[in-house]
Design a protein around this ligand. Structure first.
Ligand SMILES: [Zn+2]
Length: 424
């Protein structure tokens, strides 16, 4: 089998001019003055800054086609009156094109990998594969009257997991119970067993609202983290989305089990969850942390760099301390480096996957001062020029191939949803 190769020449890395050679999706060499004649393609890195790509630790990508609908309603009415009725009518093809739309946006914003949880997950996974990004795709398990697919049984779930598992090296399946208030304890326990049996990660919303905590305590006599621990769901391969209302004992427990909390500061504020995730306490306890956008209908952008600024601002303001969450730590969180589950390798080193971004060094927001500080507090995804995933350019100079077809398809879906729902 012939190998495939890609190089970057003359980009800036930590202020020094650097070349990079990727072979078969891995970084083979990185440093000045490399012999790049072996590369099939060379990206001219002049005026570009080499940096690790971003990891979006929690989203529902296909909800890009539900964006901008009912966004001024309170959470329960938004779900029950707008989102769930529309979701019932979505086909696998709708999910495919909605996810492709989200992938264009994420690629332009420098996201190489995301954790997704949604209906028709094999179709979403296929879309991400076709887009050339990485995904951990979880077919959502949710049993609630009025929701899209309350009767999804174990056999159908296993079939979905198998289909996702066959989509190649960039796509991995996950067990994704929606939340403790939408899936009962017996089912949660069975899902924990299934995850252990198949060696799959678990992706679940936890402690997003105070009501969830109160209901859990009154129904089960335990707070949410202790409750899922008792059911066998809490371990090093577990990703907890939100964790806003976790208390000190729960953070210690999450750290002890090695689970990751993905904080979603923008979605939390848009949906007014009433508290800021206790990040300083979580870091002190040793909890692994990631950053997520959450679904594009509850954010509404898919731009982790923008959300990173909100994260830092919210944390500093909540702590009444401008020294909380330094830029370096914030950047590690956004690039998945504060969690072995999100990024189990050091980026930009020989032997690591060739997933990286090239930032526009001519962007005014990056022109002066410290790069990391500027990335956290000044830049948005608009500063990302090029995204490479698995040694392949996905976005070049902010162009993503196939975008025209995707936009045409989602425009047709959008018109149908507007007509069908009668809400717009
Ligand atoms: Zn979510």
């Amino acid at each position: 089998m012939t190998s495939r190769s890609l190089a970057v020449s003359g980009a800036l890395l930590e202020g020094k001019t650097t070349d990079l050679l990727a072979i078969d999706g891995l970084i083979a060499e990185i440093g000045p003055g490399l012999d790049l004649s072996r590369a099939e393609e060379v990206i001219d890195g002049t005026d570009l800054i080499l940096a690790p790509s971003l990891v979006n630790g929690h989203t529902h990508a296909a909800m890009a086609i539900l964006r901008g609908r009912g966004g001024d309603l309170p959470l329960d009415r938004w779900l029950q009156e707008v989102i769930w009725p529309i979701e019932k009518g979505l086909s696998g093809e709708d999910i495919y094109w909605g996810t492709r739309l989200a992938c264009i946006e994420m690629a332009r914003n420098g996201v190489s990998e995301f954790w997704d949880m949604y209906w028709h997950s094999p179709d979403a996974a296929r879309a991400v594969r076709d887009a050339g990004l990485r995904v951990v795709a979880g077919p959502v398990v949710l049993s609630l009257p009025g929701a899209a697919d309350p009767a999804k049984d174990e056999a159908a779930l296993i079939e979905d997991l198998d289909r996702i598992g066959e989509m190649g090296p960039l796509v991995r399946p996950a067990i994704a119970p929606h939340a403790i208030y939408t899936v009962g304890p017996d089912r949660l326990q069975r899902l924990a067993d299934l995850a252990a049996e198949r060696k799959l990660p678990i992706h679940i919303h936890l402690s997003e609202t105070e009501k969830e905590v109160d209901d859990c305590v009154s129904e089960h006599g335990l707070r949410p983290a202790a409750y899922i621990d008792r059911l066998g769901l809490l371990g090093p391969e577990t990703l907890l989305a939100h964790g806003v209302w976790l208390d000190d004992d729960e953070l210690d427990l999450v750290a002890e089990r090695g689970a990751t909390v993905v904080t979603n500061p923008v979605a939390n504020q848009k949906l007014a969850v009433g508290r800021t995730f206790p990040l300083p306490r979580a870091l002190e306890a040793g909890v692994s942390i990631g950053l997520g956008t959450d679904g594009p209908a509850s954010n509404d952008s898919l731009d982790p760099l923008s959300d990173l600024k909100v994260l830092a601002l919210a944390q500093r303001n909540a702590a009444n301390d401008a020294a909380v969450l330094g830029s370096g730590e914030a950047w590690r969180i956004a690039t998945g480096q504060a969690s072995n589950l999100l990024r189990p390798y050091r980026p930009l080193e020989p032997g690591s996957p060739a997933d990286f971004i090239l930032l526009n060094g001519k962007a005014p927001e990056l022109a002066t001062g410290e790069l990391t500080s500027n990335l956290v507090f000044a830049a948005s995804g608009a500063a990302v020029d090029t995204l490479v995933v698995d040694g392949r350019p996905v976005s070049r100079h902010r162009e993503v191939s196939g975008s025209d077809e995707v936009l045409e398809r989602v425009s047709v879906i959008d018109s149908r949803l507007v007509d069908g729902s009668g809400r717009d």
